[in-house]
Design a protein around this ligand. Structure first.
Ligand code: CS2
Length: 508
């Protein structure tokens, strides 16, 4: 069954709420489809986690692990979701007592009602309530999915003190707008009030996410008070983590199909694939949810897992997003089903990605890579290339450039990686030429660069590589790489993007 092909049936008249969730469980038991609902005493569960950025990925991943852990052993690990700006999640979820459905779309379709999120706040409207949650002694953990750009980092991976949000926060200390500002301000309050620090766990696709976040918070704290920076260094754990589960955004058809399936109206269900993985560095102060009992792996070395995931899944995803969009495909499934694109990503993975890093010893990287590509071929998942294409300037820094840099250092080929990067360049250039919206924090910068409209590939490449916040200082001086990128861009411009095999053949 493909949800996208299902006719939306008429609306269910009852809403998913605390009152009706029992009926969902009973009805499902009666008709033989087992829908899991919260098994713990939700009403009396306290909030122990503040999560910054309660978007689809958080609700499909960390909130589900936390739910499963509480279903198993209880614990006061309710989640307060904090949206930094948008009020939509709060307003929609409040009408259904913050309950929502997780739809797992794979060979089998399964539904689970998730209750771990107990409250959603909007920082821009409720800053005092957010601060109260962050400074409460009951809050033991702050988790984040704020996407790459939310960390306000420069190309050197350190906090960018010139970033507009950071400049704002440093001069409006009691009213921060960035996650870094909120976390540091709250830790400062806890220090003053003699309340133990919370742990801070990044769940974003950022390499060395815990280390980078820790450094960013310490850099920020140093601007406020050197004593606070030292206190944070000593008292706060920022474990590194790798997160994985393909989670396309909720569409109208998802709302209709899931509501029909559970027999109650859910205005904001979440859909994801069956596969899910969370590997967390075992660097923790105090208690944590019983995540280890529900599949989370704690290890002393996350780096290899992180690299494998970012370099295989995310690099291939971004490559497909740009190359596939140029060729007129709409979803990951569509483009991966095309033989030429399938071959292209297999070749990219085998020849240039695998071998660029040291995988963890427990990971068979060849099989891991094959399984990822199989996951892209899940017909139940309609993952839009346009969704993955967002924020390319932030994503390529994590997913493509480090592989290029490592391959250059190791004397390995970068031809296919250059083609992947050139697809991003061309994606941006075409959007500028066609006057289409670019969703990227650097959109205004791109629009102010006339060279991006040039027909001369070398000029376009030089203009992109001059953006230091993305490419740093070294790549623009590498003439071999520049030539490779310009050749790839020209090949893309002359060739027929659908025939990616011809382009690859020409370049290799
Ligand atoms: C995707 C990721 O949107 C994107 O950029 O590559 O969100 C991807 O689906 C997840 O990292 C999978 O775990």
């Amino acid at each position: 069954m493909n949800l996208s092909n299902k006719e939306p049936n008429k609306e269910s008249s009852i809403k998913l709420t605390n009152k009706t969730v029992k009926n969902v469980a009973e009805n499902s038991a009666a008709n033989g489809s087992k829908i899991i609902t919260p098994q713990y005493d939700r009403e009396n569960t306290e909030i122990g986690i503040v999560h910054l950025g309660p978007g689809a990925f958080h609700r499909a991943h960390q909130a589900v692990y936390t739910e499963n852990a509480m279903n198993l052993v209880g614990g006061n690990w309710g989640i307060c979701g904090v949206s930094l700006r948008s009020a939509t999640a709060r307003d929609v979820l409040a009408k259904q007592d913050n309950l929502y459905t997780l739809a797992i779309l794979d060979k089998e379709i399964n539904y689970q009602i998730i209750g771990s999120i107990k409250e959603v706040l909007v920082a821009s409207e409720q800053p005092a309530q957010v601060m109260a949650r962050l400074t409460a002694p009951t809050t033991k953990l702050v988790t984040l999915t704020i996407t790459e750009k939310g960390y306000c980092l420069g190309a050197d991976g350190r906090l960018d003190l010139q970033h507009g949000d950071i400049v704002h926060d440093l001069s409006n200390r009691s009213q921060p707008i960035s996650a870094i500002g909120y976390i540091t301000q709250a830790l400062g309050q806890r220090k003053i009030n003699g309340i133990a620090a919370f742990n801070v766990l990044s769940c974003d696709n950022v390499s060395g996410n815990g280390d980078k976040l820790r450094q960013a918070v310490i850099d920020y704290a140093t601007q406020l008070d050197a004593g606070l920076a030292t206190w944070i260094e000593v008292n706060v754990a920022f474990p590194n983590a790798m997160v994985d589960s393909i989670t396309p955004k909720t569409e109208d058809y998802t709302v209709d199909s899931v509501s029909n399936a559970i027999g109650a109206r859910d205005e904001w269900p979440i859909q994801r694939e069956q596969f899910t993985q969370w590997v967390i560095e075992d660097n923790w102060n105090g208690e944590r949810p019983a995540w280890d009992k529900v599949g989370v792996v704690f290890t002393s070395d996350v780096e290899g897992f992180e690299k494998a995931k970012l370099r295989l899944l995310n690099c291939l995803h971004s490559t497909l997003a740009y190359a596939g969009s140029l060729a007129g495909f709409e979803t990951v499934f569509d483009v991966t089903s095309d033989d030429a694109f399938y071959q292209f990503i297999c070749q990219l993975a085998n020849e240039e990605v695998i071998g660029s890093f040291v995988p963890p010893k427990e990971l068979d990287v060849e099989s891991y890579s094959k399984e990822i590509i199989e996951r892209f071929l899940n017909p139940e998942i309609r993952h839009l290339l346009a969704q993955i294409a967002w924020d390319g300037s932030q994503k390529v820094q994590m997913r493509i450039l480090p592989i290029i840099e490592d391959n250059l250092a190791l004397g390995r080929s970068t031809k296919l990686l250059s083609l992947s990067l050139a697809c991003w360049f061309e994606f941006i250039c075409r959007a500028l030429k066609d006057n289409r919206e670019i969703i990227d924090p650097l959109a205004a910068e791109f629009a102010s660069m006339p060279a991006l409209l040039s027909n001369d590939s070398s000029e376009v490449v030089a203009a992109f590589l001059s953006i230091e916040s993305v490419f740093g200082q070294d790549l623009k001086n590498n003439s071999a790489l520049k030539t490779q990128l310009a050749d790839s861009l020209s090949a893309l411009r002359i060739g027929e993007a659908r025939q990616i095999n011809n382009i690859v053949e020409k370049l290799c």
